[in-house]
Each structure stands twice: as C-alpha cells, then as structure tokens.
Design a protein around this ligand. Structure first.
Ligand SMILES: Cc1ncc(COP(=O)(O)O)c(C=O)c1O
Length: 292
C-alpha cells in the first residue's frame, strides 16, 4: 500500500498500493475503494508516525466488503482513536520494537489480538509450524521463526511500564515544534484530528511546493546547518523492489496524495533526549532556510 509500510507477510504480487489521506498521511477509504477487487482479502492501515486513519470509515469499508483488518501500529504505540489504543483497532495489531521506535528491544515486535483461535495459529506459525508442547518437534507446516529472546522480552516489559512517560516525552517534543513552526505559512505538521491522540513517534514537516524544495534538497540544507533529518517514507510503489510490477506502475500514477506528501516531507529530530533549546535550534535552522 502506498500507506508506506507493510509489516505483514503479504505476497506482494497479490497486493495493491492504496493512496493516503492528505491530512493524516494514513490510508484513505477512497484509496481502499480504488483497490478493491473480488480477490481483496485484507486492508493494512499503517498508523504513520503515530497518526490515525479515519477508523470509522475504514471499518465501514471492511465490513461492507468482508475484509480482514491488519493494523500496522508499529509507529503508533500510545496513540488513540476515540479512546481505543493503537493496536486494538484492527482484528490484529502489529507493533515494532526496532531500535528506532519509542519502545525498543533493539529488534522484535508484538502482535495484539483478541481471538483465541487466531492467537493459537500465530503461536504455531511463529515457531516453525510446530505444535506447542510436542516433545518430538515436527514441522507440521512450512512456517516462520519469529521469536524474541527472554532478555529482549524483559527489556520490553520494563519499557512498557514506562510507556506513558515515553509517549508524554514525544508529545512534549511535538508541542515544542508546533509552538515554533505551527504558524508558518506553507508548513504542515503531523495531524491530530478531534477524537485522536497522536503519540508523534517522529515530528514531521511537509513543505509547500512554493518553497521550491523537495525533501532531499531540504535535508541537505538542514545538514549544512548541522541538523540531521530523515526523508518522509517513500510510497511503496516508488521503491525499486516493486518497480517492475504492474501494480506499482498503476499506483504511481493514481496515488497523487502519497507522492505529493512524501516528496516534500522530512522527519525532524525527535529523540527523547532532546531539550527545548535543541528544538529551538532546529526550528531556527529551518526558518533560515525557508527565508532563503
Ligand atoms: C510502519 C512500520 N511497519 C513495519 C515496520 C517493521 O518493523 P520491524 O522492523 O520490527 O519488522 C516498521 C519498522 O520500522 C514500521 O515503521
């Protein structure tokens, strides 16, 4: 999907890259509807940088078309939609504990699920397709090995106890940026629509085309100012791995929002160690660049 990332083991040749919503940067229902075929089985909304899609509308489309919803909450630990936490909005919620995430075990992740049968099936699949408790381990099906070490799990549990503190830290960083950049004409920061709590994994700024800068030019200028930034994720249909597929060709013409947003966006420094003063320096650098 051009909702940028896909943490699920989809066979990509059967997948479709859906467009995003300009406001939330998450998959849009229009994007989903453009992709629907009689073969469509699931939607994978990605909660980009902590944002939430319009979950009410996504569930309506899913129900109407009998689709399974896999929630990619990898970047959204601590975000909420109408009081429901990220990870609890799809039939399964997937989190990443990769080193870049607010809550990290260096590598690894978590699936949140409220269905006993599916839970058992996942336990089976992540352990080489072996039946739990079988003393003579036989691989009953071709499967995977997605196991976390006990040490990593201990680290993760300790960090979960600090979960709210981590989210509060990210929200404070975002608010500092918003204070300094929120009123600048032609800049757009991560959205937090009514009913949503955004955990702002990475504060991200989209620069209006009137500044005549794409994300790589802006990143280079920020670097010259001594500020390290990252590019907005690229639409999946634009990356070399998919370049030769018909789906990517179609999506690269159709998914106007994904291409517009990703071409003009950078992630600003968002580490939890940053101070108010650090954020001011980043904002001053950005303002100097935009003034030309
Ligand atoms: C939205 C999203 N989905 C999936 C992943 C993949 O997670 P992992 O690297 O833990 O497999 C990431 C990780 O960076 C992500 O940001």
């Amino acid at each position: 999907m051009d909702s940028f990332f896909c943490s699920c083991l989809l066979r990509w040749r059967y997948s479709c890259f859906a467009d995003i919503d300009l406001e939330t940067w998450c998959i849009s229902t229009k994007g989903v509807e453009e992709c629907l075929t009689s073969k469509t089985k699931a939607i994978i909304p990605v909660e980009l940088y902590g944002s939430m899609p319009d979950w009410g509308a996504i569930h309506d489309v899913a129900r109407a078309n009998n689709l399974f919803v896999v929630e990619d909450a990898a970047e959204a630990l601590g975000s909420q939609c109408k009081g429901k936490g990220a990870g609890s909005l799809g039939a399964t919620g997937c989190f990443s504990f990769h080193g870049s995430k607010s809550l990290t075990t260096n590598e690894g992740g978590m699936i949140v699920i409220d269905d006993d049968d599916l839970f058992k099936r996942i336990l089976f699949l992540l352990d080489h397709g072996r039946i739990a408790g079988n003393v003579f381990p036989v691989n009953v099906e071709f499967a995977f090995k997605y196991k976390m070490s006990a040490m990593q799990a201990a680290m993760g549990l300790a960090l979960i106890e600090r979960g709210q503190e981590l989210v509060d830290g990210k929200r404070e960083i975002f608010n500092w940026y918003a204070e300094e950049l929120g009123d600048i004409d032609g800049l757009k920061l991560n959205a937090e629509p009514v009913g949503v709590v955004n955990s702002y994994w990475m504060t991200t700024v989209i620069v209006d085309p009137k500044y005549g800068m794409d994300k790589f030019i802006l990143m280079e200028k920020m670097k010259q100012e001594g500020v390290d930034t990252r590019p907005f994720f690229s639409p999946l249909s634009s990356i070399p791995a998919y370049a030769d597929t018909e789906e990517a060709r179609v999506a690269s013409k159709r998914n106007i929002n994904a291409y517009a947003v990703s071409g003009a966006g950078i992630n600003l420094p968002s580490g939890l160690q940053l101070t108010r003063d650090d954020i001011s320096k980043v904002c001053d650098a950005l303002k100097r660049i935009l003034k030309g």
